[in-house]
Write a protein that binds this ligand. Structure first.
Ligand code: AMP
Length: 147
């Protein structure tokens, strides 16, 4: 047994995700750790109360988004050998959902990219930063190329 027993990869489906995934796979293997993956569909504007009745809640669109996300998630999970029970697809605030999934599943290491969609100009993206602040376990931020 290594230092970590359960590692959670936070996948945002951006172009450098493969690099993070490869590192996580190796990390899980060397630690003989269980590996899980989470993707969070950002709070959907169509469900946001501030838009009021102008944009009606569209259940079909939500289902389509969920389906597309599920497919992408299981594609990455298959590559990493992660079974269905360890694949988490959530809706909400990414930083809070990632931390919640980690806590509910006794994760002892969360792995994020240093930045993804929300942080190209930053040293640490907003989700990565939020996870770091709120998680009670260790967090590894894999450095993303700054182009
Ligand atoms: P950001 O802070 O949004 O630039 O993203 C940094 C990292 O946080 C990404 O490389 C992912 O590891 C993770 N992340 C961001 N958004 C999500 C999301 N919606 N679902 C899962 N992980 C995410």
């Amino acid at each position: 047994m290594g230092l970590y027993k359960h590692i959670l990869l936070a996948a945002d489906f951006t172009e450098y995700g493969d690099e993070v995934a490869n590192k996580v796979k190796e990390l899980a293997e060397t630690n003989q750790a269980q590996l899980s993956i989470v993707h969070v569909i950002d709070n959907l504007p169509i469900t946001d109360a501030v838009y009021g009745p102008i944009i009606p809640f569209d259940g079909d669109l939500t289902m389509q988004l969920m389906d597309a996300a599920k497919k992408r998630l299981s594609k990455i999970a298959d590559k990493l050998g992660i079974d269905k029970n360890n694949q988490f697809l959530e809706i909400g605030s990414p930083k809070f959902e990632i931390v919640r999934v980690a806590e509910e599943n006794n994760v002892d290491l969360i792995v994020v990219g240093s930045h993804g969609r929300h942080g190209l100009a930053l040293l640490l993206g907003s989700t990565a930063n939020g996870v770091l602040h709120h998680a009670s376990c260790d967090v590894l931020a894999v450095r993303m190329p700054n182009d």
